[in-house]
Design a protein around this ligand. Structure first.
Ligand SMILES: *[C@@H]1O[C@H](CO)[C@@H](O)[C@H](O)[C@H]1NC(C)=O
Length: 390
């Protein structure tokens, strides 16, 4: 902006330009002042602090524009640029790696959310401060690894008790383009990712520059994987997403980013396909009889009908367990006729020559990757009826 440097040399023209700029700035900030006055009625309406920009004389117009009706209550993030310039940020911004990121957020107080790696790895580069009207986040000596989402949570406070106002949170995705690293570095040489049936899977190859062109590749056979936006899509803030994984998506994949003369590969992703159930199993328990005579045999079956190729584990609890009564199970898996892609998993508990101690509750627990469910049945043991003497 020419407004400071050329001031004085071009007389009235520059002065009026300055006036217009001033009005625009004041408008932007006054809307939020009005909002702040509503929420904290005790405070005197102060002059908006605009950093260096305000120091050059637009104060005279303040009173006039204060009359502008308040905008909707809304939080927003401001990026503080060099030489005291401010810019309101949108969904994403880029900050050259090495430079300082400085964000301001209206609110008293505010809390900040940062990429998890920054949270864990506190090396003194990240600082936050709270001023009267806004919070400031500063990150110095930035690198491509700092790329990620930065969030400001305005806090709602009652006395000293504060909580985050999640619905008023504002996020910005910050890229730190790094001339050496097109991908956010990963500490692992490869990453194992489970592909679950019908669960979207993300290959998190995060680029440090939104301008990088990113493609997806399979290691063997070495081919570029088609990204059609439906089956597989790319998001510059996330990486690739396989929306409905199928067995043929499995294997070793990696991303390639190119920008200018630079072309780099990401970490390798080992995709393992797992037949993942839609829901926990629903076992059904059934005994050959609910009342059994001492000395007879008992069979208790536990049956689960579920999706094909989904492993189910069945375990038993029974009265004789404590005293080590030997029991046997017959386990089987068989296709269900008629139904598409379904199978029956069954475990049959065999109790030979029932004794008194076998009376009680029999529990069958069926488990798959989504969870477990138990069902029970109660067995009554009755004494042998004595044969009548003639
Ligand atoms: C940032 O980098 C400069 C120059 O290498 C160094 O002197 C300074 O200590 C660094 N600051 C932090 C907070 O790491």
């Amino acid at each position: 902006m020419p407004l400071v440097n050329s001031f004085g040399s071009k007389g009235r023209l520059v002065l009026s330009t300055l006036f217009i700029y001033a009005v625009i700035f004041e408008l932007a900030y006054c809307q939020n002042d009005a909002q702040e006055q509503r929420t904290s009625p005790g405070r005197k309406a102060g002059k908006p602090k605009l950093g260096k920009v305000t120091n050059k004389g637009p104060r005279a117009v303040t009173a006039k524009v204060k009359a502008v009706p308040a905008a909707q209550a809304q939080t927003f993030l401001t990026q503080v640029l060099n030489r005291g310039k401010f810019t309101r940020v949108g969904e994403m911004i880029s900050v050259q790696s090495g430079d300082t990121l400085e964000l301001r957020c209206r609110g008293k107080p505010v809390q900040w959310g940062v990429p998890s790696y920054l949270e864990e790895d506190d090396d003194g580069r990240l600082k936050t401060a709270q001023f009267e009207r806004y919070g400031v986040l500063t990150l110095v000596n930035t690198t491509g690894a700092d790329t990620g989402e930065y969030t400001c949570y305005p806090m709602y406070c009652e006395d000293t008790d504060c909580r985050k106002e999640y619905d008023k949170a504002v996020k910005v995705f910050v890229f730190f383009p790094d001339p050496q690293e097109l991908f956010v570095p990963s500490s692992d040489y490869y990453e194992v990712i489970q592909l679950r049936t019908n669960w979207p899977t993300v290959l998190p190859c995060q680029v440090t520059s939104p301008e990088a062109k990113v493609t997806l590749h399979r290691e063997f056979p070495p081919v570029e994987v088609a990204v059609d936006g439906t089956e597989i899509s790319f998001n510059v803030k996330k990486g690739f997403t396989i929306h409905r994984p199928r067995p043929y998506h499995a294997g070793a994949l990696y991303c390639v980013a190119s920008l200018g003369n630079l072309r780099q590969s990401s970490t390798k992703y080992m995709l393992i396909y797992v037949n993942y159930p839609m829901a926990p199993p629903a076992p059904v328990i059934q005994a050959s009889t609910s009342t059994v005579t001492v000395g007879e045999n008992l069979r208790v079956s536990c049956t689960v009908v579920g999706e094909q190729d989904v492993a189910i584990e069945i375990t038993w609890e029974y009265p004789g367990q404590q005293i080590g009564r030997p029991m046997y199970t017959q386990d089987s898996v068989s296709p269900v006729s008629g139904g598409p892609a379904r199978q029956q998993t069954q475990s049959v508990l065999l109790v030979d020559e029932v004794r008194d101690v076998d009376q009680g509750t029999y529990t069958c627990t069926a488990q798959n990757l989504q969870g477990a469910k138990s069902v029970t049945t109660t067995i009554k043991v009755v004494p042998k009826t004595k044969p009548k003497k003639p």
